[in-house]
Design a protein around this ligand. Structure first.
Ligand code: COA
Length: 161
């Protein structure tokens, strides 16, 4: 039985692209754990609690998916939890270059293998940055984030403005 994989990310916010990767990977592995980074190197628009909450809502109908979090280095989480497989979605060659570097770092530190899932072509132009910008400028985010969280995302942003 292969170890249950993890799908780590900032999820600031979770997008339709992330959810497609979760669906695909959990179908292949019979489930996975989404691991939300608490402290980000980049400035986040949403708090850790908001990112956890939106991520959980977005995937609650996908069988076998659980949510966890980590702070600090991902490799420490991998080592502490005996993770064997890390999943990452790859949209284009830039993602591939970056993710290859990260996978080598994590493999060197922990022995964990990273598997790349090609992004769903319907969503390969989407990023969390794009979803944030559209939401902040009052646009329609329904083609960018799951419908379950679109309302919540706009509400949080309206409260911040
Ligand atoms: N389809 C569409 N878009 C996708 C996608 C997919 N399948 N997969 C990722 N993306 C996009 C996201 O929307 C996001 O867009 P953005 O750049 O505009 O924010 C981007 O790709 C990546 O975001 P995300 O998937 O949420 O992860 P991340 O790259 O922000 O974070 C961590 C990944 C958490 C694993 C990484 O930052 C990390 O390990 N941090 C901890 C510190 C650490 O260990 N560092 C090691 C180096 S020293």
């Amino acid at each position: 039985m292969p170890p249950k994989p993890i799908f780590p990310g900032s999820f600031d916010p979770i997008t339709l692209g992330h959810v497609a990767t979760v669906r695909l990977a959990s179908r292949v592995f019979g489930g996975l754990t989404i691991v939300v980074a608490q402290n980000l190197e980049k400035n986040s628009l949403f708090t850790f609690e908001q990112r956890m909450d939106m991520t959980a809502s977005a995937v609650k109908d996908i069988a076998g998916v659980s949510i966890d979090s980590f702070s600090g280095l991902l490799s420490d989480y991998i080592a502490q939890n005996g993770v064997g497989v890390v999943i990452r979605g790859v949209r284009n060659s830039m993602d591939f270059e970056y993710e290859t570097q990260m996978s080598r770092l994590n493999a060197g530190l922990t022995g964990a293998v990273t598997l790349f899932f090609p992004s769903d072509p319907r969503y390969s132009h989407i990023s969390s940055t794009m979803a944030r910008q559209v939401a902040v400028l009052g646009g329609d985010v329904s083609g960018l984030v799951p419908s379950k969280i679109a309302g919540k995302l706009k509400m949080i942003i309206n409260e911040q403005l």
